[in-house]
Design a protein around this ligand. Structure first.
Ligand code: NAD
Length: 509
C-alpha cells in the first residue's frame, strides 16, 4: 500500500506532511492538527500545518516547474493523463480505504466519489480537442485571425473535507493537462487522499513540481491568496469562507472560482411516485451522512402527499445500518465529534421551534464502536421556514419536511433561500417539470433525479451564495478557467496583396 505519511513522531503518531518537488517533505513548522478515524473516534495521525517558509517553498517549486511543463507538447501531457487514469483505476480500492479511514463515509460511497473524479480525468485526456482555438481565414484581404489558449501559471486549489479525492479531481486533471502547475491545499480533516493522488501522478510520469500538496490551515490559504506567483484560486467549502476567498483573491488580482455551501430542496408534486420519492429522499438525504453539498436537506411536499411520504421515509430510515464504513454499512459517522455535536444541536432547535421530530438519530450507537462520531438518520416534519433548521446549512443526516399547498408556494420557497446549488422536482407531469427547470433559480436541477451532479463534460456549480465567481468547475468552464485566450491577427507578406502606406484606422476590406 502506498504510504501517505511521514515516519512516526515521538508521540507515536505519524504526521502527514507536504508533497513538494515529487517527494514527501516533513514539516518544520512545529504546528500540527489531529486527524481522526471517525468510526473509532480516535486520533490516528497528525497533519502538518505549514508556516510561511513552507508555503513559499511550495509555491516556488510549482513556479519553477511551470516553464518546462507548459512547453511540453499536448501529446505528452495527454499521455500522462492517460497513464494516471490507469493507475487511479487500478488502485482505487487503496484510495477508498484511505478516504473511509479519515472521512468515515462507507467504502462504496468512497469508490463512488473516486469514480466521479475519474470522469474528469477521462475528460482531461481529450485536452488537445478541449484547447483548440478558432481560425478565421481572410477576414480582410491577406489577413487571418485566430485564437490560442495558454495555461495561466501556478494555480491554487483549496478543498473541503467532504470529498477529499473528488473535489481535487474536479480541478487537477484539467489544470494540469492545460499546462498549469498546481498547489493543492486539502482539508486538514482528511489530508492523505491528496498525498496519495500526488504519488500516483508521479507514478504516471508527471514531472516533479507540477503537482504540489501543501497541508495547512488559514495561514496556507492566505499565503496562496496573496502570493503574486499564484495566478488563480479554485476553492470549494462553506459559504463564509468561499466569500472571503473570492474577495481576498480577486483583490490580489487573481482569477477566482469559489464554490460555497448549499441547502437543497426536493419538490414533491402530488402526482409523483411516492415510493421512488421516498427511496431518493433517503439516498440523497442520508448518503455520506448528509455531508454532501448536493445532499437533499429539505423535502417540500405539496399536499396532500406529506403524511404518506413521511410514513414511507420513516419506514426506510429504520432499515438503515449505521456503523463503520469498512463493514458494509449504509451510513458511516460524521467527520468529527465537534461537527456531530453541531449537527445534533439543530434537532434541539427544531424541538424548540415547534417542529416535529419524527425519526431521532441522537440515540444511535453502533455496538462495538461506541466512541465513533455517530448521529443516525433524523427526519423532522413541519419545520417552520423561520427556524435556523430551515435557513442554515446543517451538513449532516437531518432531513426537514416543509408542507406547502401549491407548486407555486414550493417554487417561491426554493427561490427565496440564500443558496442555489442543487434542487430536484419529483413528478410525472412533464409540463410541470419543464416549467420548474425554467423558473427555478438554482444552478443544478434534477427531474426525478435527487443529486443532479453533472457529468464531467457539463460543468458543476450553483447560483447565489453557492458560487462566487463566474466559472463553474470542470467541463467547458473548467477549460476556460485554467486557460487564457489570445487573439492573433496575422498577415504574411504577399506581393499580390501589399497595401502600401495608409495612416487610416484599420478597417475590413
Ligand atoms: P470549510 O469552509 O470549513 O473548509 C474548506 C477549506 O477552507 C479547507 O481547506 C479549510 O482548511 C479552509 N478554511 C477553513 N477555514 C478557513 C478560514 N477561516 N480561512 C481560510 N481558509 C479556511 O468547509 P468544510 O467544512 O471543509 O466543507 C464543508 C462545506 O463545503 C459545506 O458548506 C459544503 O456545502 C461545502 N461544499 C460545497 C461544494 C460545492 O460544490 N458547492 C462541494 C463540497 C462541499
Amino acid at each position: 500500500m502506498t504510504t501517505t505519511e511521514q515516519p512516526a513522531t515521538e508521540q507515536g503518531l505519524a504526521t502527514v506532511g507536504h508533497w513538494i518537488d515529487g517527494e514527501h517533505v516533513a514539516s518544520t513548522s512545529g504546528r500540527t492538527a489531529p486527524v481522526y478515524d471517525p468510526a473509532l473516534g480516535v486520533v490516528t495521525k497528525r497533519v502538518a500545518l505549514a508556516d510561511e517558509s513552507e508555503i513559499q517553498r511550495a509555491i516556488a517549486s510549482a513556479k519553477a516547474a511551470f516553464p518546462a511543463w507548459s512547453q511540453m507538447s499536448l501529446a505528452k501531457r495527454q499521455q500522462v493523463l492517460f497513464a494516471f487514469r490507469e493507475v487511479l483505476n487500478r488502485d482505487k480500492a487503496e484510495l477508498a480505504e484511505i478516504i473511509t479511514s479519515e472521512h468515515g463515509k462507507v467504502t462504496s460511497d468512497a469508490l463512488g466519489e473516486i469514480a466521479r473524479g475519474q470522469e474528469v480525468v477521462e475528460l482531461a485526456t481529450s485536452i488537445p480537442s478541449l484547447m483548440k482555438g478558432e481560425f478565421s481565414d481572410q477576414v480582410s484581404t491577406g489577413i487571418d485571425v485566430y485564437s490560442i489558449r495558454q495555461p495561466l501559471g501556478v494555480v491554487g486549489i483549496i478543498s473541503p473535507f467532504n470529498f477529499p479525492a473528488m473535489v481535487p479531481l474536479w480541478f487537477l486533471p484539467i489544470a494540469i493537462a492545460a499546462g498549469n502547475t498546481v498547489v493543492l491545499k486539502p482539508s486538514e480533516k482528511d489530508p492523505s487522499a491528496a498525498i496519495w493522488l500526488a504519488q500516483k501522478f508521479r507514478e504516471a510520469g508527471l514531472p516533479d513540481g507540477v503537482f504540489t500538496v501543501l497541508n495547512g490551515d488559514k495561514e496556507s490559504v492566505d499565503g496562496l491568496l496573496t502570493s503574486p506567483d499564484v495566478e488563480s484560486i479554485s476553492f470549494v467549502g462553506s459559504t463564509p469562507i468561499a466569500q472571503y476567498v473570492y474577495e481576498t483573491g480577486t483583490k490580489h488580482g487573481k482569477r477566482v472560482q469559489a464554490l460555497g455551501g448549499a441547502k437543497n430542496h426536493m419538490l414533491v408534486l402530488p402526482d409523483a411516485d411516492l415510493d421512488l420519492v421516498a427511496d431518493n429522499a433517503i439516498n440523497a438525504g442520508f448518503g455520506s451522512a448528509g455531508e454532501r453539498c448536493m445532499a437533499i436537506s429539505v423535502v417540500v411536499a405539496v399536499e396532500p402527499v406529506a403524511d404518506e411520504l413521511i410514513a414511507k421515509i420513516s419506514e426506510r430510515a429504520a432499515t438503515l445500518r449505521i456503523g463503520d464504513g469498512r463493514r458494509g454499512c449504509d451510513m458511516g459517522p460524521l467527520v468529527t465529534e465537534q461537527h456531530r455535536d453541531k449537527v445534533a444541536s439543530y434537532i434541539e432547535v427544531a424541538e424548540q421551534d415547534g417542529a416535529e421530530v419524527v425519526v431521532d438519530g441522537r440515540t444511535v450507537r453502533p455496538e462495538g464502536d461506541e466512541n465513533g462520531f455517530w448521529l443516525g438518520p433524523t427526519l423532522i416534519d413541519r419545520v417552520p421556514t423561520s427556524s435556523r433548521v430551515y435557513t442554515e446549512e446543517i451538513f449532516g443526516p437531518v432531513l426537514s419536511v416543509v408542507r406547502v399547498q401549491t407548486y407555486e408556494e414550493g417554487l417561491e420557497l426554493i427561490n427565496s433561500g440564500a443558496f442555489g446549488n442543487g434542487t430536484a422536482i419529483f413528478t410525472n407531469d412533464g409540463g410541470a417539470a419543464r416549467r420548474f427547470q425554467r423558473d427555478v433559480q438554482v444552478g443544478m436541477i434534477g427531474i426525478n433525479v435527487p443529486i443532479p451532479v453533472p457529468v464531467a463534460y457539463y460543468s458543476f456549480g450553483g447560483w447565489r451564495n453557492s458560487l462566487f465567481g463566474d466559472h463553474k468547475a470542470y467541463g467547458a468552464d473548467g477549460v476556460s478557467f485554467f486557460t487564457r485566450q489570445k487573439a492573433i491577427t496575422s498577415r504574411w507578406l504577399d506581393p499580390a496583396v501589399h497595401g502600401g502606406v495608409d495612416l487610416g484606422f484599420p478597417a475590413n476590406g
